[in-house]
Design a protein around this ligand. Sequence first.
Ligand code: NAP
Length: 253
Amino acid sequence: MRHQPVRLLILGGSSEASALARALAGKSDVAPILSLAGRTLTPLLPPIPHRIGGFGGIDGLVDYLRHNRIDAMIDATHPFAARMSAHAAAASVGSGLPLATFTRRPWRPKPTDRWTTVTSLDEAALSLGSTQKRVFVTSGRLGLAAFLAAPQHHYLIRTIDPPAPADVPPDNRVILARGPFPVNQEIDLLRAERIDVLVTKNSGGGASFDKLLAARALALPVILIAPPSRESGLVLHDLAAALAWIEAQRGTP
Ligand code: NAP
């Protein structure tokens, strides 16, 4: 059993990472540091030490782990952050440090849901079809340029930070807002905007499922972008399991 606090690097940018940070705040047996990529212009800062910005690839991450005497890593990045996850897996192998992934399960449709799963934003844009539609897009501000290939549609785009103007298809309305968005509010929005179809990422978890509940309530079709596959390894799906894994790291030399 180690006497020093476990020096834990949390790769963040997700609600799981934020929940873990809140749970670890004030604990004396863990010295956590939350790492954020710096994509969000006004991130919600955690109640634990944090750093912002890329590491400079796998080698940069390995250097960071060594220089900061990190004992263990938790990959709590968003399910779509495939590159950071791959880097964490490679750095864990390279440095011999324990790594666990703390993430959510993807959403699953009910038999009556009208969900179409695609593997990319390009495929999502294509699957909207040629007939003009009113499309609600909540896939994030990056990658919106995929919809330039389908300019016949009207797009209602909701993002936290403004998208690059050049990425946005011509017939659009952009809403800048940070969730959560309760289901009744989502239903009102879908109705008021006369939305025909929702396009979103299958990010899983509870926080942003309400838009899918709203689409379900209105029997609207949904185009869901599937998450990229991740490296296998230890995957934890709830906070208690993540905390137990961190606790177990105290027993390792
Ligand atoms: P990505 O493609 O997997 O990562 C690209 C690069 O960004 C990484 O190689 C790394 O740079 C840096 N990076 C990513 N996460 C980092 C972190 N937690 N700390 C330090 N550097 C990080 O990631 P992404 O899809 O662009 O997402 C960026 C961040 O936004 C992630 O932290 C993710 O959790 C969060 N996020 C992503 C989405 C999404 O849909 N993709 C949605 C919500 C939140 P270096 O190679 O220089 O180390």
